[in-house]
Design a protein around this ligand. Structure first.
Ligand code: DAH
Length: 337
């Protein structure tokens, strides 16, 4: 029996030392209720009174020995598992990170910021006005009479009888004149709305940049000087400007302004559609009635004003020929700029 016990001990120890996962099975196999050691202890009843304490002592020693081997190996296995998981889950902080996908400034915003910057450098400050405007500021104060076609429901989004989504940034002129005494030198970039069906050159919402200068002795020469300088800074020093007579209710005289095509220099190309010139804005000397509506005496002061299409400038700068592309927000398109 003693020999049997010794065999159990060495077999158990060998198994325990070789185990690399759970030790529970081994424990049950030897020390469990139906285990090998337990079976031997049960058979002790058949031993003589002298043998029983001797074998009992050996059996106890074998049990202790197996238990401590289990404990020791258990601790080792825990350490190994920890080391393995530390190795497997290691974070290499020197590894190149995956760069987050950053967007960039929209071509319209970029054009607007650049235009604003150029006028700020020439001494203008930025004035703001609401997109929901009074009919009075948007039309009447700007000398657009009640029968002016742009006032039609077909062309303008009315909110109420007296308020609308502004159709132009020009009402900011009225607000600026009422808020300050000359000299006034402001620009006002922002959104405007017209009841147009979207196509390659129309959108129910677009952007304008308004400008207004009012002081004593302002002439058409100042208008031409400022706008020519703007065109050179914006499109390049070789850029020429062309002032074509036009008609706006709020200016007299009025002019539309073209810039020479910065791609072909005026010879005619795809970008300028063979014209050599590209129209970018409307302008003129502020009408005396408009000065009056702004609370300014037209016998003392004169001024000039202009309104540019921001989309037009952005499209010209980036060679984009369909306005709708600007608003579809397709990242594949926007990424190109
Ligand atoms: N408001 C005009 C438009 O939307 C543009 C414009 C023309 C603005 C002449 C002006 C100006 O200030 O003087 O077509």
């Amino acid at each position: 029996m003693k020999q049997q016990l010794e065999q159990i001990r060495s077999a158990a120890i060998a198994e325990i030392q070789a185990a690399d996962t759970s030790l529970e099975e081994i424990r049950i196999k030897y020390l469990g209720k139906k285990g090998e050691l337990t079976a031997i202890l049960r058979g002790m009843g058949s031993l003589s009174a002298e043998e029983r304490p001797v074998i009992g002592a050996v059996a106890n020693e074998v049990r202790n020995c197996i238990e401590s081997a289990l404990e020791k190996r258990g601790a080792e296995l825990k350490k190994i598992a920890l080391a393995n998981s530390l190795a497997a889950e290691k974070l290499d902080v020197t590894y190149d990170a995956i760069a987050p996908k950053a967007g960039h400034i929209h071509p319209i915003t970029r054009a607007m910021e650049r235009m604003t910057e150029i006028f700020i450098d020439m001494g203008f400050s930025v004035a703001e006005g609401p997109e929901v405007e009074t009919v009075y500021n948007n039309f009447d104060a700007l000398n657009a009479p009640a029968d002016h076609p742009s006032r039609d429901f077909q062309d303008t989004f009315y909110i109420t009888e007296n308020t609308l989504l502004r159709t132009q940034t020009s009402p900011v002129q009225i607000r600026a004149m009422r808020n300050a005494t000359p000299p006034i030198r402001i620009i006002s970039p922002g959104r405007v709305y017209r009841s147009d069906v979207a196509d390659a050159s129309h959108s129910p919402m677009f952007h304008q940049l308004e400008g207004l200068v009012v002081d004593k002795g302002i002439t058409m020469g100042d208008l031409k000087g400022i706008l020519s300088q703007f065109a050179k800074t914006m499109f390049g020093p070789e850029t020429k400007t062309r002032f074509r007579p036009h008609n706006f209710p709020f200016t007299e005289p009025s002019a539309e302004v073209d810039v020479s095509c910065f791609v072909c220099g005026g010879k005619g190309c795809r970008l300028c559609k063979g014209e050599g010139w590209m129209e970018i804005l409307g302008s003129g000397m502020v009408h005396p009635e408009v000065l009056r509506a702004g609370g300014i005496d037209p016998d003392v002061y004169t001024g000039f004003a202009f309104g540019m299409g921001v989309e037009r400038v952005a499209m010209v700068m980036s060679g984009i020929d369909d306005l709708r592309l600007m608003y579809e927000n397709d990242a594949r398109f926007l990424k190109q700029f």
